[in-house]
Design a protein around this ligand. Structure first.
Ligand code: F6P
Length: 550
């Protein structure tokens, strides 16, 4: 079957969605006191409550039928077994091997995957010890105090998100900095307070060709060499994480200082590999292993739990239900935890770069809505910014609320207030408030009829806005590993349900190629008049203004 829309389960969901659109979650909760028990899953590290979605047991059964008809379990086995399910790039997808979740006999391109993973972990472990214990020294013999990770996309977002999220678990033996932007402001600001004698650079790039990363790495190298007056300093102060050893060596990085990456790890799924080196340097190798353990725990759940009790499968089915069948176009990620302030940005790449596509893996145009745009912010800040839209706009935005039972940074009274808001917001989005309730409330507050007639309609909240609540017991390296793997597997299942190859990213190529052409034009006096008039006008304006300044 090459078109999802002709599947029986798909058609059944189309019909069911028509009926469900006239339902309100308030009624569903009133009719069924067991809703929370039926629609929540408790795992060792977290609880997922998805009862505040517009669904019934019948919906769930129909969604599970879709997962069965699209052979999710079969595809799951293929992924874990190292089959080349990244069909457009002819690659296996084995980020699960990085946390020890695959069989021992998987051989890719002649190499045993688990042996490669173990060898790299061993190398990371001794490197972390060497740097953190001060045994690794810079060109003047001083100990390394600062690590600057240079990378972009998957070679930045995952490690940076995790480093920020687990700050409380760092012993501060090193300071970790991230440079991803090609805008020189970022690298200049990062380097300004640093002493070149004490800095270690990690050039993190699977391909070792990414323009932004290469430019930043060259700038960092110049900065170092101009202080050291010695090219040899590069070998002491630079390491690389890359699948492209040749380019890394050409850059000046010693072969021993290159940590392996493999084509079977996608950039946005790579924080478990040596791309996670800055995480391990920050908090110690044992805690990095705890992150991998947490992810492995989620892998095991994903592999073993029946579809209807499988948290990643449920999240994927709900995304498809809310977006493809009920028409939502975006999805908010709302962490109620300061430590997770980069989580929404991380999720943007994870889901949108994976599944933001409109051609099926068979190369046919997809004629149904695929994944939503992902956006979000810390919950409390969002409440005072865009929650107005979540509650009262005409667009329904399903939201994932993420929080913890226990705070890692307890400050008296804060955590309860924070979480009271978490719970209140999910309830308000679901239940809303109708006009007669608004009127009664205003009357009880002693408001006069004129005032009530004027404002009542503005205070109505329709409710019926779906949300998932994810509650970790406590944010820890282990729990964060589980949380990230939960979403990774959700994205994989989403791709299968929608018939999308989740592991390529051709959509980033066109702009990259054009930027190279335009960069050459900006550097010369030749601007190709083949550009459209907008681009041409912008380029001419830019050059003319630039000439006035110089
Ligand atoms: O933006 C496209 C992309 O290829 C991402 O998928 C990837 O994570 C990022 O660029 C960085 O790539 P590399 O690690 O090869 O520098």
């Amino acid at each position: 079957m090459n078109n999802r829309t002709s599947l029986n389960s798909w058609q059944a969901l189309v019909e069911h969605a028509k009926a469900m659109k006239s339902q309100h979650m308030n009624d569903l909760f009133a009719q069924d006191q067991q809703r929370f028990d039926k629609f929540s899953i408790e795992l060792p590290s977290l609880l997922l409550d998805y009862s505040k979605n517009l669904l019934t047991e019948e919906t769930l059964n129909k969604l599970v039928a879709l997962a069965q008809e699209t052979e999710v379990t079969h595809w799951r086995e293929k992924m874990f077994a190292g089959e080349r399910i990244n069909s457009t790039e002819n690659r296996a997808v084995l980020h699960t091997a990085l946390r020890g979740s695959t069989a021992d006999d998987i051989v890719i391109n002649g190499d045993n995957v688990n042996e490669q993973v173990q060898a790299t972990l061993n190398k990371m472990q001794s490197f972390c010890h060497e740097v953190r214990a001060g045994h690794r020294q810079g060109y003047t013999g001083k100990r390394i105090t600062d690590v600057v990770n240079i990378g972009v996309g998957g070679s930045n977002l995952g490690p940076q998100m995790v480093t920020e999220a687990l700050k409380q678990f760092s012993d501060d033996s090193l300071k970790i900095h991230y440079v991803s932007n090609i805008d020189g402001t970022q690298i200049a600001e990062v380097l300004r307070p640093l002493n070149p004698e004490k800095v270690l650079f990690i050039v993190s790039s699977k391909t070792f060709t990414t323009t932004e990363t290469m430019l930043n790495a060259n700038t960092a190298r110049k900065w170092l060499v101009s202080a050291a007056f010695d090219q040899h300093a590069v070998a002491k102060h630079f390491v690389a994480v890359s699948a492209n050893k040749t380019n890394a060596i050409d850059f000046g990085i010693a072969a021993d200082n290159i940590f392996d990456m493999w084509d079977w790890v996608g950039g946005r799924f790579s924080l478990w590999s040596a791309i996670g080196l800055p995480i391990a340097l920050d908090m110690g190798f044992d805690k990095f292993l705890a992150i991998l353990q947490g992810a492995k725990e989620m892998d095991q759940h994903f592999l073993a739990a029946p579809l209807s009790e499988n948290a990643p499968v449920i999240l994927a089915l709900l995304s498809v239900w809310n977006c493809t069948f009920l028409g939502a176009q975006s999805q908010a990620i709302l962490p109620y935890d300061q430590a997770l302030h980069k989580f929404s940005a991380y999720m943007q790449q994870a889901e949108m770069e994976s599944n933001g596509k409109s051609v099926s893996w068979q190369g046919e145009a997809i004629n149904y809505a695929t994944v939503p745009s992902i956006w979000g912010e810390l919950g409390i800040n969002g409440q005072h910014a865009f929650y107005q839209y979540l509650h009262q706009s005409n667009n329904v935005v399903p939201a994932d609320f993420i929080g913890s039972v226990e705070s890692v940074t307890p400050v008296k009274g804060h955590h309860e207030t924070l979480m009271a808001n978490f719970f209140a917001q999910t309830q308000a989005l679901m239940s809303g408030v109708n006009e007669s309730q608004v009127r009664a409330d205003l009357k009880a507050k002693g408001r006069n009829d004129d005032y009530i007639n004027k404002v009542a309609v503005h205070k109505v909240h329709q409710g019926n806005r779906p949300s998932n609540s994810i509650l970790m017991k406590r944010l820890s390296p282990h729990a964060l590993g589980s949380l990230i793997a939960l979403y990774e597997h959700k994205i994989f299942v989403q791709g299968i349900l929608l018939q999308i190859c989740s592991f390529d990213q051709w959509g980033v190529e066109l702009g990259k190629g054009l930027a190279n052409t335009i960069q050459a034009e900006l550097a010369s006096n030749e601007i190709n008049s083949q550009h459209d008039s907008s681009t041409l006008g912008l380029l001419n304006f830019f050059k003319a203004e630039q000439q006035k300044v110089t």
